[in-house]
Design a protein around this ligand. Structure first.
Ligand code: ADP
Length: 640
């Protein structure tokens, strides 16, 4: 039996806890067997008592054999009477759920009475000549099943002694001899050779029987114990595996650090059946441990004081990668605050390291009210939870870092663009004032230079606008939230009108086709929609050579979405550029060649906004022949 085996869970009220983890399952099984066997013996005894009475009657009346009927009947009735008493006692025991010790005593007294009845029966049925001697063997078998080997042998020797005593007393005529059948010439009970022979043979048979039965019984019990222990081990292993699996799923289902930590301590406490659990993580300087999640401990205890590695040998041990089991708080020099722990009612602790890719991160600790609570199995188990927990904590920490970085980046872009925006606008309008001649005559050469400056400034302005938009999208600005039903027709009309002049300038045909007579309302922000189509149509005009054609259509799809198609007969998009099209700052090589200016941010913003409004965007292009962007947006249902 593995001494480290333990039945997990908190002891119930009134139940003795299980310090050190001694197995109790097999005991329960053997005790149950004893309780059942006592009842079984009582049932058997009814048959024995009635059997003695019937046999006496049968032998004396049917076969007319001369037997001492009276004493034998008294023995039979006596057996039945004391069996009634045992029966009543056993019933009371069952009702009051008597302790197992009472059953053990009852079994002992029963066997004692049976022994006595048996010897009397033998005496009155012929002493050493009695055929009932063989029945003693049954009793020896029963005693060997019931009691441990030593007790069983004690009863066996008692049987031999009692039989020898009866035979001797009869031999020396101290006790009367009851002859069965009435022979007179050669009374065997007086034949010393016969008496000795029977006694020797009986003793050998009795001792061998006792030895065989107790040995078999012992082996069977051992097997039974092994099976029970194995089953218990298997149950514990299964439930722990299940718990570990559930825990892992619960813990890693979140990237929110505090949630991960809280779930970890709660799960660990529950699965290990302990009073409390805590996580302490190393501070950035690595000099101390801070409590970050606690389950089952008082606030006072948590705030007891800093855990500085310098003063805390336990923390140093654990962070070095060891699992430390402290079975008795009063008997360790590893703790920094042992009195606090005792005051909190903690008597044992088990600590495991939380280790990340870059070394130790902190400590996962389980606490128990009981001394010697944690077993070697628990150590392995806590280490497994800690390993799993470490991964979840690392993931959550990485996520937190990325989020922080993203926020910083977004803030940075917003600040920069805001700071740049006004000087650029001012410079632009000043330059326009100069070309308009408000500040005096400008010659052709100067005008050309200023126009070029204005074009550069325009590009800068667009870049700033795009960057600002991108940052706004990332920062979840209110301006991009879908707040109201917007008419697509109106927005598209406005944007197409905006590009009529530039398209005309390039000799392009810009067609606007409304292919539905129903209103197309979508939940979006008007500015966001404007931005989407402004980008798509401006790209179409930009990347289509002179004399080309740009077509914008609005229709309803079969699944009741609004479908907007912006199609051109332009330069197209090379196959290899397709997968990068919506990436920030990406521009296809043919686009760079065709048009020097461009930020590579427009489509990123478009995709972001379309997704935000619950829609989809797809692109189809044939290099050298043209491109078609299709945007689908969910329509606001007519009923709403
Ligand atoms: P930009 O137009 O400033 O370069 P966008 O994000 O708007 O940036 O577009 C990204 C890239 O997608 C463009 O550089 C170009 O390679 C490609 N592209 C977008 N629209 C078209 C189009 N209508 N025809 C051809 N290429 C296009």
């Amino acid at each position: 039996m593995d001494p480290s085996l333990r039945i997990y869970g908190n002891p119930q009220p009134g139940e003795t806890p299980n310090p050190g983890g001694a197995a109790t399952g097999h005991r329960v099984l053997i005790d149950e067997e004893l309780v059942e066997s006592v009842a079984w013996l009582i049932r058997l005894r009814w048959i024995a008592g009635i059997g003695v009475i019937l046999a006496t009657w049968f032998v004396s009346k049917a076969f007319r054999v001369q037997v001492p009927t009276q004493p034998l009947l008294v023995i039979g009735i006596g057996i039945l009477l004391y069996n009634i008493v045992f029966f009543l006692i056993e019933r009371r025991y069952k009702k009051t759920i008597a302790p197992i010790e009472s059953y053990r005593k009852l079994a002992f007294v029963q066997v004692g009475f049976d022994w006595l009845a048996m010897i009397l029966l033998i005496h009155y049925s012929g002493g050493i000549e009695s055929p009932a001697i063989f029945f003693l063997i049954f009793h020896i078998i029963i005693a060997s099943i019931f009691f441990p080997q030593v007790t069983a042998f004690g009863f066996t020797i008692l049987a031999i002694v009692l039989l020898a005593l009866t035979a001797s007393l009869e031999y020396f005529s101290i006790l009367p001899h009851y002859a069965i059948g009435g022979y007179l010439d050669f009374p065997l009970y007086r034949n010393s050779l016969y008496v000795t022979g029977i006694l020797v043979f009986f003793s050998c048979a009795a001792l061998i029987t006792a030895f065989l039965v107790t040995s078999i019984q012992k082996r069977m019990r051992q097997h039974e114990e092994e099976i029970v222990a194995l089953t218990e081990n298997l149950q514990i292993a299964t439930s722990r595996l299940q718990a570990l699996n559930d825990g892992a799923q619960a813990i890693s289902s979140s990237l929110e650090l505090q949630q991960v930590l809280d779930r970890l301590v709660k799960n660990t406490s529950e699965v290990m059946g302990v009073r409390a659990c805590s996580i302490r993580l190393l501070t950035k300087t690595g000099e101390r441990l801070e409590p970050v999640a606690v389950f089952g401990l008082s606030q006072n205890y948590i705030k007891k004081g800093p855990i500085e590695l310098e003063n805390n040998p336990l923390a140093r041990e654990v962070l070095a990668g060891r699992i430390v089991n402290i079975p008795d708080i009063t008997n360790t020099s590893l703790l920094q605050y042992p009195d606090w722990a005792l005051h909190e009612g903690i008597n044992a602790m088990l600590s495991a390291p939380l280790t990340g890719k870059n070394g130790p991160m902190g400590i996962l600790r389980a606490y128990s009210d009981e001394q010697n609570w944690f077993t070697p199995d628990d150590e392995i188990f806590l280490a497994a939870i800690a390993a799993q927990g470490s991964i979840a904590i690392e993931n959550a920490l990485a996520y937190q870092a990325v989020e922080a970085l993203d926020a910083t980046k977004t803030n940075f872009i917003r600040t920069i663009t805001h700071e740049l925006r006004s000087p650029v606008s001012v410079t632009r309008s000043l330059l326009r004032t100069i070309t308009a001649g408000y500040s005096g005559e400008v010659n052709e050469q100067q005008k050309d230079l200023i126009d070029r400056a204005i074009r550069r400034i325009d590009f800068l302005q667009k870049l700033i606008d795009d960057l600002l938009d991108l940052a706004a999208g990332k920062a979840d600005l209110k301006s991009h939230e879908a707040t109201e039903p917007v008419s697509l027709e109106e927005i598209l009309q406005r944007v197409v009108d905006r590009f009529a002049a530039p398209a005309k300038e390039k000799g392009q045909a810009l067609d606007w086709e409304l292919q539905t007579d129903q209103p197309c309302m979508v939940m979006a922000s008007p500015e966001g929609l404007d931005r989407i189509f402004n980008n798509l149509i401006s790209n179409a005009v930009k990347y289509t050579p002179r004399e080309g054609k740009v077509t914008v259509t609005l229709s309803r799809s079969d699944d009741d979405d609004a479908r907007i198609v912006v199609e051109d007969t332009g330069i197209g998009i090379p196959e290899e550029a397709m997968e990068h099209l919506f990436e920030e700052f990406y521009r296809a090589p043919n686009a760079k060649e065709f048009e020097r200016e461009g930020t590579g941010l427009g489509l990123t913003i478009v995709k972001d906004l379309v997704t935000r409004f619950g829609g989809r965007i797809t692109v189809h292009s044939t290099p050298g022949a043209g491109t078609r962007f299709t945007v689908s947006l969910p329509l606001v249902s007519e009923k709403t």
